[in-house]
Design a protein around this ligand. Sequence first.
Ligand code: SF4
Length: 308
Amino acid sequence: MGDNSVRTLQEKIRGLLYKRNAILLAHNYQLPEVQDVADLCGDSLELSIKASETDAEVIVFCGVHFMAETASILCPDKKILLPVSSAGCPMADMITAEQLREKKREMPDAVVISYVNTTAEVKAESDLCCTSANAIHVANSVDKALPILMTPDKNLARYTKKHTDRKISYWDGYCVYHNSLTVERVKKVKKAYPNAVFLAHPECRPEVLELAEEAMSTSGMIAYAADSDQREFIIGTETGILHPLSKANPDKHFIPADPNMICTDMKKTGLKEALLALENLEPEVKVPEEIRVKAKNAVDRMLAVRVR
Ligand code: SF4
């Protein structure tokens, strides 16, 4: 798509957003041209919380399905549009509510902490939610005597387990992209950029996190890079994050730990799809009320945990 057509589509989107009393939210992994037209960019929970604070009646969520569901959980009175309904999260799909119910029958005392990257139905079966930024604090908020079951990401769970004294067992899920980052690959990039700081997402494998100077969420990386005096950073997460990092820090150099870490589902939404969703006010994502109330309880319990 040429610059002109990108600009034209972005102008059409901005015009329709105004007309529809809508806002467009884009996850940090979205295509650059989608992030550039957004009212807000950020990680999934951050976006949903901001969505619940606006007066807009319509939210165009450029991300994947569980994110639009989270927005629906927190903003039941708003119309939530997911421009491409097939944009999902393979990790979120690694556990179903029925599978979780079965696991809970095996571990009746366990406190279930589910990553925000889960379906609304799985959240509804969970005691608490967590994000990659607050997982350790959420685990520490649980009574020491009780076992914890973390779903669905085994890597986030192992990272959390390492940094708490809680008894944590976990589901065998993972993000196919973060889990594909290898020690060999990271060592090679580190050798090529010996002065760079390696920032890795907790969805990466434990042995990869061992090599990182810092393990943090996408929003954490954005804040860290802005505050740091360092000039070079190796980024161990989905490559979409390079756009906001470079845009906010034009004098700093961001190197992908692996340029192949591209989430296919995150790239399904283009400007044309966002425009079409605004024109037709669909596809809509609406979590049924019974599930929404239970899922919101898990999200609220997470939000009540103080993060120091
Ligand atoms: S990057 Fe991984 S966790 Fe994020 S949406 Fe894609 S598959 Fe899911």
